[in-house]
Ligand binder design. Structure first.
Ligand code: PXP
Length: 245
């Protein structure tokens, strides 16, 4: 059974629109857990556009499943991770201007600095994953620097699926690369996760990839939850007004 990590960054995006304390990140995490989430994922970005430092500490104290912290390998964020000690860390590349994480890490090119970051995090018992494109050379580099896990960036898979379903050559080639990565990961005895752009249409086909331990899904779940919850939210307000007259 493939596990589901729910990324709740965009609960914080809504909260930060008013800089208040609702919707509560902890409440959101607890609802996700009740609904079956196997872990809770947040990305503490350097610009703090959604998740704040306090959220990470609060989640660590409150959730009953596992906490997965997505983060850039910068000194400031590594220090926070070493202090919070989430169950998992996923090292991601980060650009200030991007809307979301745009590509995978170049582990091959940055072996030395990433190896020392991995070592520091593993020393305090954190399971460390690297967010990479579907590229077997990157998987090999992840294994060489001592990472425990690899998370495949499924952004291209999702993009090609949206353009043309499963029929295009581009999609087939990307899926083939993901299958190769899955084999390489098993050979190197690494754990395999996948995420980015996975949604209610494209996730089914991704389930066919062998060895995947966990999906990390955020945007599509939070976007859907607006529509599964909007009717009740409007009804509650209407009734409250009616009952107060
Ligand atoms: N995995 C990683 C490493 C990510 O950076 C993100 C986006 O924050 C996700 C998974 C989730 O992507 P999405 O929000 O598109 O489901």
């Amino acid at each position: 059974m493939i596990k589901l990590g729910v990324n709740i960054d965009h609960i914080a995006t809504i909260r930060q629109a008013r800089r208040g304390d609702v919707p509560s990140i902890v409440d959101a995490a607890l609802i996700c857990e009740k609904a079956g989430a196997d872990s809770i994922t947040v990305h503490l970005r350097e610009d703090r556009r959604h998740i704040q430092d306090k959220d990470v500490y609060d989640l660590k104290k409150s959730i009953k499943t596992k906490l997965n912290l997505e983060m850039a390998a910068t000194d400031e964020i590594v220090e926070i991770a070493l202090d919070v000690k989430p169950d998992f860390v996923c090292i991601v590349p980060e650009k200030r201007q991007e809307l979301t994480t745009e590509g995978g890490l170049d582990v091959k090119k940055n072996k030395k600095s990433l190896a020392s970051c991995v070592e520091r995090l593993k020393k305090v018992g954190i399971i460390v994953s690297m967010f990479v494109e579907a590229d077997t050379d990157q998987v090999l580099a992840c294994s060489q620097i001592g990472a425990d896990a690899v998370e495949i960036h499924t952004g291209r898979y999702a993009e090609f699926y949206k353009e043309n379903g499963r029929n295009s050559l581009k999609f087939k080639e990307e899926f083939e690369k993901i299958l190769k990565v899955s084999q390489e990961v098993a050979k190197r005895k690494l754990l395999l996760n996948a995420g980015h752009g996975l949604d209610y249409d494209n996730v089914k086909h991704m389930c066919k990839v062998p060895n995947i331990k966990e999906f990390n899904i955020g945007f599509s779940i939070i976007a859907k939850s607006i529509f599964t919850g909007l009717r009740a939210a409007v009804k509650d307000m209407k009734e409250l007004i009616k009952g107060s007259l």
